[in-house]
Design a protein around this ligand. Structure first.
Ligand code: UD1
Ligand code: UDP
Length: 352
């Protein structure tokens, strides 16, 4: 089996860790890195620390408007598919790199494998929602992480080759959590276990809307104690353009984006996590740290149903209340058993 894997953004590198390892046991994988994320701490660091094989092709598309970025990827991915003639094109999640890969492959009639299929926020203003709906509708194999995702696809009449295999991010956590325990970042930052909050914010709906980001920052100022925030470059740039300075927020430590192993260590030892990230909501669940989600909707509804995650939007008062509230869960295993990558590769090879 020859598989072309399309990667481009931080969470996709992390998801590829366990899946690429599994593919390469018996099959051939060609990795295309679109270059959507390009800073060393948004890209190279993950390839190095997670031993992800070096990309065979690097498209260097960089940042741009949705149209420019996706179109540039599309042109190059099409050329590579024509040259490499893969059995499958594999895409992850819901970024512009995902959409470019699935558009290119679908027009060339190469079966698409979508990992993290079926997720929906039911908010089409989110660029990710458009990317994932379009990708799901042209995919041949739809690997869902949850029962909700399977149901979402059924509601759109997609039932062929839909499998709930669990979540590859859980595979990644299981594989890496012991290694992450040796992270020294907590002591370097002077953090004490269970005595700090971990923050991440990057979603367009929050960063592009001055009122929403102001509400969120107002809450950060009101939450007492130490808060550590590895800031996404989008958010850093946006705050600078608004003329907002984070130094006035008491107890806030803003740091550059960090590697995955350090991130796992910060997630595991935090008192609570405040985030608008999809991946971080799930990881909070995996490491059993209560989560406050700075969004109006979530694709990871099970985490909310289990009492592990509170959805609060960008309203300052609601955020502060959620941080102060008791958040308790038994954390039942709702994202599979950590063997998702193995299941995916087995299903694909059986179909060949
Ligand atoms: C993208 C995905 C989002 C995912 C996120 C993961 C889309 C539409 N969005 O959002 O679903 O949750 O990645 O982090 O695909 N930038 C840098 N250096 C980098 C990368 C980005 O400075 O290495 C800055 C640039 O100013 C860029 C901005 O961040 O314009 C946004 O980057 P982009 O990849 O377009 O979107 P993300 O917000 O990262
Ligand atoms: N992450 C990381 N370093 C950071 C912030 C996040 O390694 O400084 C990891 C995080 O642990 C998770 C993934 O990046 O595995 C989530 O990516 P992101 O929040 O950028 O995107 P999303 O999941 O929302 O698409």
């Amino acid at each position: 089996m020859k598989i072309i894997t399309i990667l481009g953004a931080r969470p996709q590198f992390i998801k590829a860790g366990p899946v690429s390892r599994e593919i390469r046991k018996k099959h051939q994988e060609i990795i295309i890195h679109t270059g959507q994320h390009y800073d060393a701490n948004m890209s190279d660091i993950f390839f190095e620390e997670l031993n992800i094989p070096k990309p065979d092709y690097h498209l260097n598309v960089g940042s741009g408007s949705h149209g420019v970025q996706t179109a540039n990827m599309l042109i190059s991915i099409e050329e590579i598919i024509l040259k490499e003639k893969p059995d499958y094109v594999l895409v992850y999640g819901d970024t512009n790199s995902t959409l470019a890969g699935s558009l290119a492959a679908s027009k060339l009639h190469i079966p698409i494998v979508h990992i993290e299929a079926g997720l929906r926020s039911f908010n089409k203003k989110m660029p990710e929602e458009v990317n994932r709906i379009l990708t799901d509708h042209v995919s041949e194999f739809l690997f869902c992480p949850t029962d909700t995702a399977v149901k979402n696809l059924k509601d759109e009449n997609i039932t062929h080759n839909v499998f709930n295999v669990g979540d590859v991010m859980y595979d990644a956590v299981i594989y890496n959590q012991d290694i992450a325990d040796s992270s020294t970042l907590l002591s370097e930052l002077g953090l004490t276990k269970d005595d700090y909050y971990l923050i991440t914010v990057h979603r367009a709906e929050n960063t592009e809307d001055r009122d929403r980001i102001t509400g969120i920052l107002d809450a950060f100022a009101k939450v007492e104690g130490t808060k550590v925030w590895p800031i996404h470059p989008r958010t850093k740039n946006k705050l600078a353009s608004y003329g907002i300075n984070l130094e006035s927020i008491p107890g806030l430590k803003v740091i550059e984006p960090i590697g995955y192993l350090d991130m796992l260590a910060l997630e595991k030892n935090a008192k609570k996590i405040l985030t608008d990230s999809g991946g971080v909501q799930k990881e909070a669940y995996f490491v059993k740290t209560p989560c406050v989600t700075l969004r109006d909707e979530t694709e990871w509804v099970e985490t909310v149903e289990q009492g592990a995650n509170i959805l609060v939007g960008a309203d300052s008062k609601r955020i502060v209340e959620a941080v102060q509230s008791l958040c308790e869960s038994n954390y039942p295993p709702i994202f599979g058993d950590g063997n998702t990558s193995e299941k995916i590769v087995k299903l694909l090879s059986e179909a060949k």
